[in-house]
Design a protein around this ligand. Structure first.
Ligand code: TMP
Length: 209
């Protein structure tokens, strides 16, 4: 019963927490699943993540970022995501191609159509069945991160992060059948409930096919 679920959201949205909670729920119900995170989750991806998030001494251009995120993605799709889907697993992925469209496109200002073409090459045309957007205001997201060390993206200014929030909402509106938008200021439990309602609906539909 393969199903590909991605989580998206700005800084401090709680998406990683929710992705983990969904993965744990699937495991508890003995539904075969994997949890992966972008960028990362492969040896190449981990090396690129260190550079992309923490490589302060290295100057990376927006186009360079686009290529490096997609290099990590191509590896993850080939090594983990496609094999898992082909063997009937549910794949829970914390960030995917939409992150590139939003961060490198709406955030850094690269051409959106060009990004979508490159994303498509990296993913081999693979699209999520469901994308969960945890929508949070920049102020609230950063309040949750106070006291933590900030990576290259978190160090960007408020205007950059506002473009990210708006960019996500724009993408979600373009494909409402794929996206589930959730107000990230709701309680953790309430968000888990909303997500599970949608995922269990999709799993039942797949099982009934
Ligand atoms: P995270 O581990 O907190 O999700 O951080 C990943 C950071 O990398 C986050 O700031 C968003 C950014 N990012 C991009 O800019 N483009 C991408 O394609 C991906 C996957 C992440």
């Amino acid at each position: 019963m393969h199903l590909f679920i991605t989580f998206e959201g700005g800084e401090g949205s709680g998406k990683s927490l929710q992705a983990k909670a969904l993965y744990r729920k699937l495991c508890l119900l003995e539904i075969s699943a994997i949890l992966v995170h972008e960028p990362g989750s492969t040896p190449l991806g981990e090396k690129l993540t260190r550079l992309l998030k923490w490589g302060r001494a290295t100057n990376i251009s927006p186009a360079g970022e686009l290529m490096l995120f997609n290099a990590a993605r191509a590896q993850l799709v080939t090594e983990k995501i496609k094999p898992a889907l082909e063997s009937g697993k549910v794949v829970v992925c914390d960030r995917f191609a939409d992150s590139t469209t939003v961060y490198q496109g709406y955030g850094r200002g690269l051409d959106i159509q060009g990004i979508k073409t490159i994303n498509n090459i990296a993913t081999g045309g693979l699209k999520p069945d469901l994308t969960i957007l945890l929508d949070i205001s920049v102020e609230e997201g950063f309040a949750r991160k106070s006291g933590q060390e900030h990576d290259r993206f978190e160090k960007e200014d408020k205007d950059f992060h506002q473009k990210i929030q708006k960019g996500y909402l724009k993408l979600a509106k373009e494909e409402p059948e794929r996206w589930l938008i959730i107000d990230a200021s709701l309680s953790e439990e309430k968000i888990q409930q909303i997500i599970w309602q949608k995922v269990s609906e999709l799993l039942s539909k797949r099982a009934g096919k």
